[in-house]
Design a protein around this ligand. Structure first.
Ligand SMILES: Nc1ncnc2c1ncn2[C@@H]1O[C@H](COP(=O)(O)OP(=O)(O)O)[C@@H](O)[C@H]1O
Ligand SMILES: [Mg+2]
Length: 285
């Protein structure tokens, strides 16, 4: 199994095409007690890769995604996007342009007053695609995500899987090279989730996107990813980088798949226990 234990404090990350984080720290200071959320996070996400981030609840995954999206800035450390400084403690935040990075949330983030077509068109407007080119492009995208017959439906008229496909179509319409996905499938039922995993793999391969995917679901991460970063309990730091060396489509019954599953599950159990202990949620005996 190809795993790399990171000694992040001293290792120097070379900016690549894609995201590079070098020794990123983040602390919430708006409460009485400052909360250290990310500590010494260094990682690299190459253009075209599918990278998952796993970690116990509250370890800073969403915070890290917000930093990659240029929404938050680190207290120290540097983030590069395609070799350009995105956010650092000294230079302040340079937000990526809307066409660089698209964000897909667990709760879909759709505009409820717009139809499926309207939500996707909104993505195109944001990236300045001329109106006369929008119509055909929308039809093509909606047929790719299997929603052509639902173009005039409003979000409340759609199932969870359809809402998430609309959200993905909007990010694709935006022509974002980078898709940041924060537990996008966690509100979906089991069967829909399996279909969406397959769908996302197709989209990633067809459109050659770079995907940063946050999940709690170990099997999902192994099924989808080129590489998985395992974060520690808060303050989140990268404990390990696991390269998934399995051909696609992947088989959950495969012996090597099982090795990855056991390895990552035992790491996660340890870190979840640590975060419970920190919160005194269980008696320590
Ligand atoms: N606005 C905020 N003010 C103070 N603390 C926050 C704020 N948002 C999140 N946190 C805290 O930061 C930690 C990390 O949050 P988050 O990045 O959402 O974790 P995750 O996505 O891994 O569950 C949590 O302990 C959370 O309580
Ligand atoms: Mg989160």
């Amino acid at each position: 199994m190809n795993t790399k234990h990171t000694t992040t404090a001293s290792s120097k990350i070379e900016p690549v095409k894609g995201f590079s984080c070098q020794n990123v720290h983040f602390t919430w200071k708006d409460s009485e007690q400052p909360v250290d959320v990310l500590k010494d996070v260094s990682l690299q996400i190459h253009s075209g890769e599918f990278v998952s981030i796993i970690g116990p609840s509250g370890c800073g995954k969403t915070t890290l995604l917000n930093i990659l999206g240029g929404v938050s800035k680190p207290d120290s450390g540097t983030v590069y996007l395609d070799g350009q400084i995105l956010g650092s403690s000294k230079q302040g935040v340079t937000a990526p342009t809307t066409s660089d990075v698209g964000v897909i949330f667990q709760d879909y983030g759709l505009l409820p007053w717009l139809t499926v077509r309207g939500n996707v068109a909104f993505g195109m407007k944001m990236s300045g695609i001329p109106k006369n080119e929008q119509k055909n492009a929308i039809i093509e995208l909606l047929s790719k995500v299997g929603l052509l017959d639902f173009a005039n439906h409003y979000p409340h008229q759609l199932s969870g899987g359809m809402k998430q496909r609309t959200s993905i179509a909007r990010a694709l319409a935006n022509q974002s090279q980078y898709l940041l996905m924060d537990e996008p499938f966690s509100a979906l039922d089991f069967q829909t989730r399996l279909m969406m995993q397959e769908f996302l793999t197709d989209i990633w391969q067809q459109f050659k996107k770079t995907i940063v995917f946050i999940t709690h679901h170990v099997e999902e991460a192994i099924l989808l990813s080129d590489k998985i970063y395992l974060l520690s309990a808060r303050p989140g730091t990268v404990l390990e980088e696991v390269t998934i060396d399995l051909p696609r489509p992947r088989n959950v019954a495969d012996a090597k798949f099982n090795e990855y599953r056991n390895h990552i599950t035992s790491y996660l159990q340890k870190e979840v226990l640590k975060s419970f202990e920190e919160q005194n949620a269980i008696p320590l005996g």
